[in-house]
Design a protein around this ligand. Sequence first.
Ligand code: SF4
Ligand code: SF4
Length: 385
Amino acid sequence: MEIFEPFKEAIEEINQAGGERTKLCFQCGKCDSVCPWNRVRNFSMRRLIREANFGLSEIEKDDIWLCTTCGKCPQRCPRDVRQIEDTVAVRRIANVYNVFSDTAKPIKTVSSGLKTEGNPFGEERSKRYAWAEGLNLKKFEEGMEYLFFTDCYLCYDPRMKKVAKMTVNILNSSGIEYGILGEMENCCGESIRKTGNEELFKKLAKENIKNFIDRGVQKIIVSSPHCLYTFKNEYSQFKVNFEVIHIVELLYKLILEGKLKFNGSLKKKVVYHDPCYLGRHSGIYDEPRELLKSIPGLTLLEMEEEREESLCCGMGGGRVWMETHKNERFSNIRIEQAINAGAEILVTACPYCITNFEDTRVVLGLEDKIEIRDITEIIAEVAFV
Ligand code: SF4
Ligand code: SF4
């Protein structure tokens, strides 16, 4: 068993990540009571905080890789301990010592894809915009209003490519002036940073920032809440400040301005799942709901654990690349909640959530019970009848 005791570097790393607050932990256990892991298996953030506090983190154990950075326990902690920052600090130490549990081992392959091709799948950089063939997307030029930063999942994942195309259809019809970076675009780096690979995050971020600045980008449209979060909150460490807007915010704005109108209707019962990085981490709860409510015929229902209480799908914090046992997926619970609420469609606005829910729906054999849709797909369906 590899325990670092009392490990100077570990304590320093954790202190730099806000460890002073860790010392305030009085082991009340509220973090454990709200953590979604404890609905599917045993996991104690309280214990991890205690160990980290003394520099005694057991970096070879799976536990250090479990936190999805969903943001639920920081919201409840009476002592304002920074559980996410501390977890990432411990993962940084594991990276330094190249210690990855079996569950976390895929991160190594993902890292090498990110290093060489700028995406976690290791797909060729030159094919990043292959999905857009025939769509006549323009390269971003100085003076254009927006850069559309498409995200790795939308560029390479077969399911998410459909969402990318729908987004482009909507942007084109709304008259917005926008361009793309094309193959120069890198992954935003948010998730790899949460796995503790700070060096790789910096490389990806610096290259993106250089491309943004060289081309005079000021405003960025994103489809992924993870890109939104990192551009807004983490790229600022490089002393840059871009105006970043998530597609749901933009679509809502377009509706209010009368630039996006619906020709059709959708007579379906729908629930909206708040992605952690759009909801808890970015405070965007109303826009997607207002958008859905504006669709003729659509009935918006609410399921348990909505808005600030939203149940994480399980893919944040780099978990998207790690193995999760099929009986331990939070998404199992989430899909059941959506069905119990009477929904025919589970709508969300994050590529990780969509990918995960689609997979879970198949694993649980619920294809006939519920559909999974990105909000742009729903909007496009009623806008372009
Ligand atoms: S909720 Fe905060 S104070 Fe309570 S055990 Fe967790 S980290 Fe410590
Ligand atoms: S951030 Fe979320 S997943 Fe991580 S320990 Fe807290 S409640 Fe659990």
